[in-house]
Design a protein around this ligand. Structure first.
Ligand SMILES: Cc1cc2nc3c(=O)[nH]c(=O)nc-3n(C[C@H](O)[C@H](O)[C@H](O)COP(=O)(O)OP(=O)(O)OC[C@H]3O[C@@H](n4cnc5c(N)ncnc54)[C@H](O)[C@@H]3O)c2cc1C
Length: 534
């Protein structure tokens, strides 16, 4: 079979999500020729569910968070039968930022030193302060709404926009935290509170995770990617990479992929940057075997796919009869957060900690189908909670364990015949104790806020949206896959920029840290790797 060979580029970026888009922009700005290949299509904002009266139906079907339910042509199946937490992601230009809620808290300095401070997991090879300038640059590109002065975090530069108003319901929960003497702060979010860089301000319509046809919620297809294209980057959607190729010296030579017509093509490149997320990246590396990488690309340590972390989630929901406005108004999340129990406390029976994130209620269809029982009590239960429920989510640090992992499934494949990922994951004992504490504390806050009834869950399972740890960074090639710049220990022209490189997961949403790391890798290439420029 003859394979079409494309014009060589300096850098091939695989994936156009949060991480791949940031690198594509940064390297294009520095004059590298960049091709960004993405397996999914462009999704025009006019096609988003928020533009449709049927949005609640669409979110249960072709816009579902899970690729196993959506089954769109760009989706690959994920075998998560052996995982307590089910994987969600989106495959398109913009990656999972098409669906994200855009909460952007930063890691704490302590998150990079958990071995030293708490005797668990491993320290990162970098500190918070190595990443700080890249967090700032990313906020500038994505647009951050928030406010300075949070006592739980280091001082930092002003956000681009004032915080999203927390609303009377946010004030209610904030007062409860105050009465308990517990920390809270308005959430930092990549959602516009004012018009920003040609994108409109949020109109507080509600279902923020179902996309935003105003462009108020940043996603990488409307922030980094258009800027990168203006700078000359070639973004090729509907291009599914099935292997990164390597020469006998171990260095990458490019990648083989299926184009939009299902034909095989080869993209030669001086360097390959992988940003396929914490599941897609190990899948691709494990599938890229060659004479120089018989166990899969960058896998001499055997750690590719191991140490999968998701973040563990639980929470409590309170019902209120005396709120000033229905709780389906305003962004579903992005309200306030509390880091009262973030750091390790020796008096507790778990290490590290968690963040509380306040959430609002949902529209009528998800309320009716999301926990309200069927039968004669259905209407009474619906009436008790619709427009009247407020929640506190507990997002917990999920310490890495080698047995939690991604493998290639032996039978299941995508439409091209590429093996699907198989997830083996169970919630660790530290996480279980941490979540139990979090749920009790969440109930305490909701009681203090005056909830008439409170329900809680000890573990949320459809929450595998933070995909981390499966090609971790470190100084020792026997204990890690890439170095502090995301550069492969086994191939100096392969870079990983997504959450795979995380050493630990912290207790906050990961994407600003993913994007800051990606921009730091790009900066390293810009300044130290002019050899990669033709
Ligand atoms: C419902 C939901 C809510 C979320 N909310 C938040 C939040 O509030 N805050 C937060 O910090 N994070 C949130 N996240 C997580 C956030 O979306 C991810 O952390 C982030 O998008 C990861 O960026 P990435 O570049 O690593 O991967 P992705 O954004 O997942 O992008 C990977 C891209 O690679 C492409 N790809 C994969 N394999 C191939 C291949 N073989 N060939 C070509 N292309 C390929 C995919 O199609 C995809 O577009 C949420 C996620 C979801 C699903």
């Amino acid at each position: 079979m003859s394979v079409n060979v494309r014009e060589p580029v300096d850098v091939l970026v695989i994936g156009s999500g949060a991480s791949g888009a940031a690198v594509t922009w940064s390297l294009s700005e520095a004059g590298f020729s960049v091709a960004c290949l993405e397996q999914g299509p462009w999704v025009p904002p006019s096609s988003y569910p928020t533009s449709s009266a049927d949005w609640q139906f669409l979110q249960q079907t072709k816009w579902h968070y899970s690729p196993n339910v959506r089954k769109l042509p760009a989706d690959y199946p994920v075998n998560d039968d052996t995982s307590q937490i089910k994987v969600v992601m989106f495959n398109a230009v913009g990656g999972s930022t098409i669906h994200w809620t855009a909460h952007v808290p930063r890691f704490h300095p302590s998150d990079f030193r958990v071995k030293t401070l708490d005797g668990v997991a491993e320290d990162w090879p970098i500190s918070y302060f190595d990443l700080e300038p890249y967090y700032d640059l990313n906020d500038e590109m994505m647009g951050c709404s928030g406010i300075n002065g949070d006592p739980a975090n280091p001082p930092r530069s002003p956000r681009q926009m004032p915080p999203i108003p927390i609303g009377p319901d946010g004030e209610r929960i904030a007062r409860a935290f105050d009465e308990l003497g517990w920390h809270w702060w308005p959430s930092d979010v990549h959602v516009n509170s004012t018009n920003y860089k040609g994108r409109k301000a949020c109109n507080y319509c509600g279902p923020i995770g179902q996309n935003c046809d105003r462009g108020a919620r940043a996603s990488s297809d409307i922030t980094y990617i258009p800027e990168a294209i203006k700078l000359g980057a070639k973004v090729r959607p509907n291009s599914t990479i099935f292997e990164i190729t390597a020469g006998d010296d171990g260095r990458a030579t490019g990648a083989n992929y299926y184009n939009a017509n299902g034909e095989q093509e080869f993209q030669p490149a001086n360097a390959v940057v992988v940003g396929c997320n914490g599941i897609g990246t190990p899948r691709m590396l494990l599938h890229s075997t060659s004479n120089s990488h018989p166990q899969g690309l960058l896998n001499s340590s055997g750690l590719v796919g191991k140490n999968l972390m998701f973040h563990v989630y639980a929470g409590a929901s309170g019902f209120f009869n005396d709120l000033d406005a229905p709780t389906y108004r305003g962004p579903l999340a992005c309200i306030i957060m509390s880091q009262e129990f973030y750091e390790t406390d020796p008096s507790r029976d778990f290490k590290r900690g968690y963040t509380f994130q306040m959430g609002r209620g949902q529209g009528p269809a998800p309320t009716a189908t999301g926990g309200v029982s069927w039968g004669k009590n259905h209407h009474a239960e619906f009436a008790e909670r619709f427009g009247k429920n407020l929640g506190l989510g507990v997002i917990g640090d999920d310490l890495p364990e080698e047995i939690n992992r991604v493998e290639l499934d032996k039978k299941l494949t995508d439409r091209h015949g590429i093996p699907a990922p198989k997830i083996i994951y169970r919630v660790g004992d530290n996480s279980k104790r941490l979540l139990a504490h979090g749920v009790n504390s969440a109930r305490t806050v909701l009681e203090s806020a005056g909830a008439s009834r409170i329900i809680s869950s000890q573990l949320n399972t459809n929450t595998g949206w933070h995909l981390m740890g499966t090609a971790r960074m470190g100084e020792d090639p026997a204990r890690s896959v890439v170095n502090q710049y995301g550069q492969g220990h086994d191939a100096d022209n392969v870079f990983i920029v997504d959450g795979s490189v995380f050493v630990t997961g912290a207790a906050v949403n990961p994407t600003p840290t993913i994007q800051a790391l990606a921009l730091r890798t790009a900066d390293y290439i810009r300044h130290e790797r002019s050899d990669l420029k033709s």
